[in-house]
Design a binder for this molecule. Sequence first.
Ligand code: UD1
Length: 369
Amino acid sequence: MAVFGTRPEAIKMAPLVLELRKHSTLIDLCVVVTGQHREMLDQILGTFAIVPDHDLAIMRPGQSLAGITCRSLAGLDDLIASFSPGLILAQGDTTTTFAASLAAFYRRVDFGHVEAGLRSDNRWEPFPEEMNRRMTSLCATIHFAPTEGARERLLGEGTPEEDVFVTGNTVIDALKMIAERDEPLVDTGLDDWVGERRMILVTAHRRENWGAPMAGICAALREVLAEQPDTVAVFAMHKNPAVRDVVVPELGAHDRIRLIEPPDYVEFVKLMRRSYIILTDSGGVQEEAPALGKPVLVLRNTTERPEGVEAGNAVLAGTDPARVTSLAVELLRREDIWERMSRAKSPYGDGDASEKIAGVILKRYQLAG
Ligand code: UD1
């Protein structure tokens, strides 16, 4: 049983779902979505042509963490009781992921954690993701670590070595599947508007950035554009009203900023390729950008993804407007720094993570060879 609920989980689980389906004579796969996100999840399901077997449709406007957890847990428990899966798989650190791991534990079902072993070492940042992934690790019986560093973290916490597998991150599988469709932006209006100017792509949605930090990010962006007249910014806005309530009044009227609805994944990958630099607090974008050779300023104080920083593609910028501004302006002024940060590397895998995960499952359950 593969469980996911939000946009990033869908992107990262899609290649694995498609891979497991290749083994349908050996694996009876049941795809369950909690529907923690609605529009943003459905976009991804469409992109990868995945039709869930069950949809718990739990999303409510202004939903609370407790609400997401309770509705997911109750819905998943019923499904586990009726489907009796031998293994439940979920990805990452969202509340859907944690609920799936807890539901598996309560029913004494094996749980495979995809993207296991990431840690920021700060229980409040990202909130609640850091605690979600730690708690998920405790419930998991198989851990698919994207990097050697993540594996070491798990072993350091006492996770049995035979249960941890380094596979790379499935986001690179997804990116490769999509990047092969190398077409111009569907939104030709946006494409023309950017023209020859250098484009700064921005995303920000994290809970710890709601409110004043988000306003700080907006102030920094205005400052950067003022300093660099040949640049424009495209802000791909999350559906969450907590994001829009700040971003729209702060940036909506600026003539060199476009606020756009969440693009589908294909379009977002094109936007990343079209960008000159990326400012983001997203985990997935931090993983995708190095593979595309795009410099990233990470709008957070901590990251559980140090590999991008170590590879030289990402800088931990925080949300202080003065610091974000000076880092961005330097990157836009200094071609030598930009070039160094633009060397494509893929510290998060080669695009074969799903195949490796499927291989581990087949072997562990003696389904093949
Ligand atoms: C969730 C995850 C976060 C992940 C992010 C990716 C948790 C606690 N948070 O945060 O780890 O990085 O997804 O996007 O699991 N909404 C819509 N339509 C949508 C999606 C969201 O209207 O398609 C609105 C709803 O009003 C909802 C709100 O956004 O109440 C927040 O959604 P929620 O899933 O609670 O948190 P995210 O900030 O999206």
